[in-house]
Write a protein that binds this ligand. Structure first.
Ligand SMILES: C[S@@+](CC[C@H](N)C(=O)[O-])C[C@H]1O[C@@H](n2cnc3c(N)ncnc32)[C@H](O)[C@@H]1O
Length: 346
């Protein structure tokens, strides 16, 4: 097998005038990753390096533009050039493969969906007003638009959330001490990756998945009728800002309370209405003031401002909303370096 050469564009030592030029071309990087993911370039490349012509024949695309796309991607260490005109996988390019354990293909597609490009261009408006630009641009709130006008994008979002939750579900399942807990509800639990992991680890546990109707309809097969955990799982379509019609020992709320604060207030009030005294509530968030990846978390924070008028929390801002809701915050603990759990009781 040929050895890979270093990425051709090493920015270390580049003058500020070139660094800024590179930064303002961020869309070219995101666009190139999106194109590679949509075309399936990473899936087409096997363990042996291949030429752009070989890959192009396989993918049914033009070889010269594909070579240019590959060259652009190598600048970010996504694929590497072997020195003889062939391209090989790198750890980053492998993550774009559909069959890679820990694949980020759906996340790459989701973060570069068409609506994101229109929204980023209006970040200055969002900063001016402090509000989401979504309804102004698309005529509807974010989830309304996804579920009614952009079903492919909605399906992609759900798959991306499931993909993104795979590792965090494992970490959270290992982290949570469920002593004394016999029922859990995952509020805004997506397709149920976290809930299924909990039911797998705790054979006596019963669980409810609550999410918007079109999301619950596509829940993890293991939770659906006939699935492995069907007899211990309940699927509840609904809007947690309106009601959480489930009594459980534990309310799990993971990566939900990053929308506008009023939605968070309503959700936490509904948890309090639904839960019995002493019930536990675990809120899980990526914190913008305690993260090993500020570039990622700060970018997500801005995207949340654009699409749902939300924000990534600091420990203080999340704590403030919890205390305001009347829940008792017992402690804050890291689930993994990227995720923190706020452990509360009703
Ligand atoms: C960022 S995802 C997190 C999903 C899941 N908790 C996880 O960590 O993978 C946000 C979830 O909130 C759901 N959601 C949005 N608005 C909601 C609402 N009003 N009521 C219930 N779920 C909602 C979305 O459908 C989506 O599944």
């Amino acid at each position: 097998m040929a050895t890979a050469t270093a990425a051709p564009s090493d920015t270390a030592g580049a003058p500020p005038s070139m660094l800024l030029r590179e930064l303002v071309f961020g869309a070219a990087c995101a666009g190139a990753v999106r194109a590679a993911a949509r075309l399936g370039v990473a899936d087409a490349l096997g363990e042996e390096p291949a030429t752009p012509a070989e890959l192009a024949a396989h993918l049914g695309v033009e070889p010269r533009p594909l070579a240019r796309l590959l060259r652009a991607l190598t600048c970010y260490e996504i694929f590497s050039e072997t020195g003889d005109g062939r391209y090989a996988h790198t750890p980053l390019s492998r993550l774009l493969r559909e069959d890679e354990p820990g694949s980020l293909r759906y996340i790459a597609l989701w973060c570069t969906e068409p609506w994101t490009w229109q929204s980023w261009g209006r970040l200055d408006d969002a900063v001016r007003t402090g509000r989401s630009v979504f309804a102004d641009t698309f005529g509807k709130e974010f989830f309304d638009y996804l579920h009614n006008d952009a079903p492919d994008s909605a399906a992609l979002f759900d798959r991306a959330m499931t993909q993104s939750s795979r590792q965090s579900a494992r970490d959270l399942t290992a982290f949570l001490d469920l002593t004394g807990i016999s029922s859990v509800v995952d509020v805004g639990g997506g397709q149920g990756m976290v809930l299924a992991s909990l039911l797998e680890r705790h054979p006596e546990l019963h669980g409810t998945l609550l999410d918007l109707p079109k999301v619950v309809a596509q829940a993890d097969e293991r939770l659906r009728p006939g699935g492995e955990f069907a007899d211990r799982a309940q699927l509840v379509p609904g809007d947690c800002r309106t009601a959480i019609p489930v009594r459980a020992d534990l309310y799990l709320i993971k990566n939900i309370l990053e929308w506008d604060d009023e939605s968070t207030r309503r959700t936490l009030a509904n948890v309090r209405k639904a839960a019995g005294p002493g019930a536990r509530v675990v809120i899980v968030e990526n914190l913008v003031d305690d993260t090993p990846s500020m570039r990622f978390t700060a970018a997500m924070d801005l995207l949340l401002l654009l699409n749902v008028g939300g924000a990534k929390h600091t420990e203080a801002s999340m704590t403030g909303l919890i205390e305001e809701s009347g829940l008792r915050l017992e402690s804050v603990a890291p689930v993994n370096p990227y995720l923190h759990a706020f452990l509360c009781t009703v």
